[in-house]
Design a protein around this ligand. Sequence first.
Ligand SMILES: Cc1cc2nc3c(=O)[nH]c(=O)nc-3n(C[C@H](O)[C@H](O)[C@H](O)COP(=O)(O)OP(=O)(O)OC[C@H]3O[C@@H](n4cnc5c(N)ncnc54)[C@H](O)[C@@H]3O)c2cc1C
Length: 544
Amino acid sequence: MPPGQGTTADSDVLVVGAGPAGLTTALQAHAHGATVRVVDRRANRARPSRAMMLHARALEGLRPLGVTDELLNRADTTPEARIHLGRHVVEARLGHADLPDTAFPHLTLVRQADVEDVLCLALQARGIHVDWGVEFHGFEREPALASTQSLVRAELHPAGGLGRNLAEHHVSRFLAGCDGQSSTVRGLTGAQWRGGPYGVEAVMADLELDGSLDEGLLHVAVGAAGLVFLFALGEGATWRMLATRPAAPAPGARFGQLGPPVSAEEVARLVGESGLGGSGLGAAVSEVRWSAQIPLQHRIASTFGASPVFLAGDSAHAHSPAGGQGMNNGILDALNLGWKLGFASSAGTPLPELLDSYGQERRLAARRVLALTHVIFFGEASPHPVARLVRSALPVFAPVLPLLLRQRWLTSKGIRLLAQPFVNYRGSAISRDRMPGAGGWPRPGERLPDGPASVGGRVARLHDLTAVPGIHLLFERDAAPGTLGAGPAFPAGPGSPLVHVHRLTSHPGRGVVAVRPDGYVGYRCGEADPGELGSWLRLVGAAD
Ligand SMILES: Cc1cc2nc3c(=O)[nH]c(=O)nc-3n(C[C@H](O)[C@H](O)[C@H](O)COP(=O)(O)OP(=O)(O)OC[C@H]3O[C@@H](n4cnc5c(N)ncnc54)[C@H](O)[C@@H]3O)c2cc1C
């Protein structure tokens, strides 16, 4: 191309990686106006699951994309756990928590393979098919025709080193690197990968057990060396085991990825040493159908990217499996990034504050989640003498644990903690508060909790109202009716499929609350003002 001539984009967003983060980024960006292409170096979608849990916040964020019903169909939403402490067995019910501010008041056990399948099917239903067997190798920026923003020219190859002469170039306005812990995109952005490896690694196995272990339940065995989880979610076998052991680096094993198998004897040793064999249930491994060792690390990228190249999911942060946060956190990144890329793709002007807010918001959130998983993992799996001592002492408390676990508030608090209630975007450049000190609504940057509301005489839940893609403007009962008619033009405003207006007859007052597509409040005011509201909508690309 001759210098200065510029070019046009093949798609608005190129997503590299079709794991949970990439698939969600694609769905969310498409739902908010972008054209999308997704590539993945794998030959097809099939791979054993790593994640087994989805938390309420991720389900809430996915709901407007129309995938939660199918996810819940494939999930166990009333899980029961048996915690094995030496000879004691303690029951815990993890469905029906006391959490009135969410539509998903339960722990949700679901295989990562099902999550990916549901997301893939949703993309297909929108005419987007993942390009499997396509590997991303690099990118360069180039000027765009009729725009001051640069485009991204990505170099794509058939995967596996085949057909290097078949390289293809794809030009997009934005590039989303959702390519996992060994991210090629991250390497090319120059972001540092801060943190380090864990001294223990995960072992997963699908297996059959002899003995009288209750089927269909989650079993957690607390041994001095670490916790062993048995999920009734095996793929091709009854049980999926997740355990840890001192790291034993193997050739070809990559952090966070399913590595080489471990021996059947080693799997049997891990189950045996957890105490399950001697718990009176006589649980002993009779068959191992599949296994993998997985090196673990705790890391965070020094930046989550800057327009036009962004990182999301494991390419931006790497967790231990403790608390089941990695996939959830990647989905939350994607829900945050996707709508911003969608709006930025359709806006006539660059939206620097909106695009910069992705990294500001999600990097801080990831640091907090990383800290949480670090602490839980220390308790679950650390070989440190203090952690071992605490685990060895737990059976002493077995008689009082049932009393504690029967307290619904305690399990509810635990389930809520896993849904990351500590994440907020209050300090974000796109959080605007014109009602400081006023109560009743969350502050901008905080999640909108679910709750009852009436709209035009109809009783609804707030999260039912916001369960379609776009920005939701919640007008209090007496807010000036002309607020949206006067002031700026709203090309994406009332009448547009991406800005929805709800007048809440149940909520007296004259204010307005704007809810972002990822479920966080972006703006609130005590007295509806068309100028201010218009300026916030322009800031996020929903108005010209
Ligand atoms: C033992 C274990 C248990 C876990 N349990 C849970 C849990 O219960 N809950 C939870 O939330 N999380 C859990 N996790 C974490 C979760 O599995 C990951 O966080 C999640 O898979 C990350 O999703 P992702 O889309 O960011 O990356 P990935 O799933 O790693 O997907 C990245 C994709 O990018 C593709 N790719 C890579 N490079 C390229 C390239 N150059 N070109 C094209 N494609 C490329 C890969 O093929 C891959 O498909 C667990 C992890 C482990 C190890």
